[in-house]
Design a protein around this ligand. Structure first.
Ligand SMILES: Cc1ncc(COP(=O)(O)O)c(N)n1
Length: 447
């Protein structure tokens, strides 16, 4: 029998609190583990009543309940790497230290002390236990600047402060200290006492929700280390991962928005689906000889945007477009993102008004084609290029104007051209292959 290739998937664990708002704690950790393709398990230390505006109440579990979760998992699965987040009380910290030793876990510690939006997550008396009993057991700890300052007992405001704090924390017996972001220039600082080396992973500040960013960073480190990446490679991957998760934060709640660790994974899937749909559309068009007569002089294109598209890069189309060559339909290049301005401009304008409209195709203009569109029951609207302001992008401007005037998104947007500008008809729809079928149907109505 052949072995299941997924049998080698690393299994990791997070020992942390739950955040009812779904932004930080085990929610962030498990999403991050999933994004890195490792199997995540969890032992909950505390249940927090929390949202984007802060922590309202915490309900710490009995240390025995934490131990029991770790036992249940470690007695059944092979866990090498684990991380800790919110540990709540001195008793829980002590119990976790016992379990880490018992199961020989390689540990990443995110020394969670308070929530970004407000609220203590570690009792005052637990801090010294964390420093004396748990930190010496870990392979890596990932404090932010303020946590590093608290652990080292010095204020951390500059890069030099961060270096000093990292040395002090390493003196507790930690194999590697990574002071993350927050200080001066958004870069991370790795300190490895064995070689007495500092490595700087540079970065820039990005805008977006950051609630859960520390959890996400340490979970990403844990996943990469479990996948046997080196410390430095893991730190680079974890940083890149947090940056894109912040950029994809969804505006939920009225406080600090949560990071979105699965945003890119879902976006990649949508990119794949959009590419496949445009490819299918191209096959439909190329297989229909009648369609060639609808291709404008300058060629046509068919595009499809991913949900939430922000710019041209988020719209798939045919590179170089689709042309008429010896009476046949010929796609010039391959289907890719960011290769069409024309249909992408139409789609982005329509999409802002009606998010389910994600596809467009441009066709030749003629009275007969418009009449056939009308016969098919499509809503039709137009814009006049003469009214176009200087320096406007025609498709963005024209489509937006038409949509405003029509009071919604029509099925057809046309213009009658201008000096040196070919008149054009564009069909809009929810998907590229559906639109290709419609275009073929239209071509069959034309002489
Ligand atoms: C359960 C739990 N764990 C960790 C954090 C820290 O995350 P942040 O500092 O981003 O609020 C949190 N708020 N809640």
């Amino acid at each position: 029998m052949t072995e299941n290739p997924l049998a080698k998937t690393p299994i990791v664990m997070t020992i942390a609190g739950s955040d009812s708002g779904g932004g930080a704690g085990i929610a962030a950790d498990l999403k991050t583990f999933a994004a890195f393709g490792v199997h995540g398990t969890c032992a909950i230390t505390s249940v927090t009543a929390q949202n984007t505006r802060g922590v309202l109440e915490t309900f710490d579990l009995a240390p025995g309940a934490v131990a029991s979760q770790i036992e249940a998992v470690c007695s059944d699965m092979k866990i090498e790497w684990a991380k800790t987040g919110m540990l709540a009380s001195a008793e829980i910290v002590k119990e976790v230290a016992k379990q880490v030793k018992k199961h020989g876990l390689s540990l990443v510690i995110d020394p969670v002390i308070a929530a970004e939006a407000g609220g203590d997550l570690l009792r005052k008396e637990a801090l010294s236990v964390l420093i004396e009993e748990l930190l010496p057991l870990c392979k890596v700890t990932t404090p932010n600047a303020s946590e590093a300052g608290i652990l080292a007992g010095i204020p951390v405001k500059t890069f030099e402060d961060a270096k000093l704090a990292a040395r002090k924390i390493a003196d507790l017996g930690v194999e590697a200290v990574i002071v993350t972001g927050g200080h001066l220039d958004a870069s991370d600082l790795i300190y490895e006492p064995a070689s007495d080396t500092f490595t700087r992973i540079s970065g820039t500040f990005v805008s977006g929700g950051t609630h859960g960013s520390g959890c996400t960073y340490s979970a990403a480190m844990t996943a990469c280390l479990a996948r046997e990446d080196s410390l430095e490679t893991s730190a680079k991957k974890a940083k890149d991962f947090v940056v894109q998760a912040i950029q994809r934060s969804m505006p939920v709640g009225r406080g600090v928005g949560p990071v979105n660790p699965l945003g890119k994974t879902l976006e990649d899937k949508e990119r794949y689906l959009a590419l496949e749909d445009v490819k299918e559309a191209v096959l439909i068009l190329a297989d229909s000889p009648e369609f060639a007569k609808l291709i404008p002089e300058l060629g046509c294109n068919i595009g499809m945007a991913i949900p939430g598209a922000r710019n041209y890069e988020d719209v798939a189309a045919v590179e170089g477009g689709i042309v008429r060559y010896r009476g046949r339909t010929k796609p010039v290049g391959c289907v890719d993102f960011g290769v069409s301005r024309h249909v992408a401009g139409v789609i982005l304008a329509a999409f802002r008004e009606k998010p389910e409209i994600r596809a467009a195709i441009n066709l030749k203009y003629s009275e007969e084609i418009l009449a056939a569109c009308r016969d098919l029951g499509l809503g039709i609207s137009s814009f006049d290029r003469v009214k176009e302001p200087e320096r406007a992008r025609t498709m963005d401007w024209g489509s937006s104007e038409t949509i405003k005037e029509y009071g919604g998104v029509p099925g057809v947007i046309y213009d009658e051209g201008g000096v040196g500008k070919e008149p054009m008809v564009r069909l809009l729809g929810t998907g590229a292959s559906e639109l290709a079928k419609l275009a073929v149907e239209l071509s069959r109505k034309i002489e």
